[in-house]
Design a protein around this ligand. Structure first.
Ligand SMILES: Cc1ncc(COP(=O)(O)O)c(C=O)c1O
Length: 375
């Protein structure tokens, strides 16, 4: 089997699994308990918080643990509008993950103003267009890197265009892969998830800049300094910490390894498949994602491509949502100006530190054969 769907999720790193096991077996205390079991768990959670905070240049008090990217995104949007009442308008982009777009739609239905900015063919918003939304009562939410195409947004430029607004970024795909420094980017909130960097599923974090009066969206116990109720998932948090540490220590190697593979793959695809469109920009993109579509898409069945690839032992994806068994055009590619048929038949390859040159070449050859037969 060849696994090229690492933007969906990644294989857990053995070291991560090893680090987690004691917290599932013998060290099962509740981090809020005051006895020895609880105190030990508390030390583990706080050590993870310190390490993850230091990796993003934040203070530990600025990091809360959540169940992942979806929860962090929902929490920021809903708390900023409702519980914390910091803003009365939201500005985001058309290529965000649904964990931003759907809550934005829901919030809009309550009468809160929301704006969805369009993007150009490379997936970038127009920063000039953003300027008019600069206000202390606005939350701007623009992802750091796109999960379908790998486009990396210009957050520094965005920050300087809306200096007064609250700025959130969904950094689920970029964290641990490219440098991410909250102070340098000037963000107020940032979303992270462990399972995209060889950590466990079901855990993530939210950065909340010091000084922001942030109230919990998920209510219950007083955990995470009253900003997120729920017993801390100690084993998952330790797994997240370990995965983040490994990813940061090997970030340069990851970038070089996966960039070399996607660069080679890009060339191989262009050479072997007529009418191919590469939707991942060559610059300002993650090193490990390559998204392709086909100019003659009306003759191509995107679903069938993925099924045949799967039958031949290659796991990849198209990034678009599958609703009741019917493929929907990718909202990301549609926003980038691709026609419906093309946005339905895209293929996303997402690589990891484990991907080899031979695997990439096999994937290209297989895709070329499938398209040849289909056409
Ligand atoms: C950009 C982006 N945001 C949010 C999420 C959701 O993260 P999680 O799976 O941790 O809930 C994903 C996962 O696919 C993602 O790619």
């Amino acid at each position: 089997m060849i696994y090229l769907d690492n933007s969906a999720t990644t294989q857990i790193d053995e070291h991560v699994l090893e680090a987690m096991l004691p917290w599932l077996r013998e060290d099962y205390g509740n981090a809020s308990s005051t006895h020895a079991y609880g105190r030990k768990a508390r030390v583990a959670v706080e050590s993870a918080r310190e390490e993850i905070a230091s990796l993003i240049n934040a203070h530990p008090a600025e990091v809360i643990f959540t169940s992942g990217g979806t929860e962090s995104n929902n929490t920021v949007l809903k708390s900023c509008v409702f519980e914390s009442a910091l803003v009365d308008s939201i500005v985001t982009s058309a290529t965000e993950h649904h964990a931003i777009l759907y809550p934005t739609e829901e919030i809009q239905r309550t009468g809160v103003r929301s704006t969805i900015l369009g993007v150009n063919q490379q997936g970038h918003i127009s920063v000039d267009e953003l300027e008019q939304y600069d206000s202390k009562r606005t939350l701007v939410s623009i992802m750091h890197a796109n999960n379908e195409t790998g486009t990396v947004h210009r957050l520094r430029e965005i920050r300087s265009t809306v200096p007064d607004a609250y700025l959130h970024t969904d950094a689920v795909q970029s964290f641990g892969k490219v440098p991410f420094d909250v102070a340098e980017l000037g963000v107020d909130f940032a979303t992270f998830s462990a399972h995209k960097i060889h950590g466990p599923k079901g855990v993530g974090a939210l950065f909340i800049k010091k000084g922001i009066d942030f109230k919990a969206h998920q209510q219950g116990g007083g955990q995470e300094r009253n900003r997120r109720a729920g017993t801390e998932a100690v084993a998952l948090i330790v797994g997240f910490q370990t995965a983040a540490r490994i990813a940061h220590a090997s970030m340069q190697h990851f970038a070089e390894h996966t960039r070399a593979l996607t660069t080679s793959m890009r060339q191989q695809l262009i050479n072997s498949i007529p009418n191919i469109h590469i939707n991942t920009p060559e610059v300002e993109s993650l090193p490990n994602i390559l998204n392709v579509s086909f100019a003659d898409a009306e003759h191509i069945d995107g679903d069938a491509i993925l099924q045949i690839m799967d039958m031949k032992g290659i796991a990849c994806s198209n990034g678009s949502a599958c609703v009741s068994g019917t493929m929907q055009p990718s909202h990301v590619l549609s926003a980038m100006g691709r026609a419906d048929a093309e946005a339905k038949a895209a293929v996303r390859f997402s690589l990891s530190k484990y991907t080899t040159h031979a695997e990439v070449t096999t994937a290209v050859t297989t895709l070329a054969e499938i398209l040849d037969q289909m056409r």
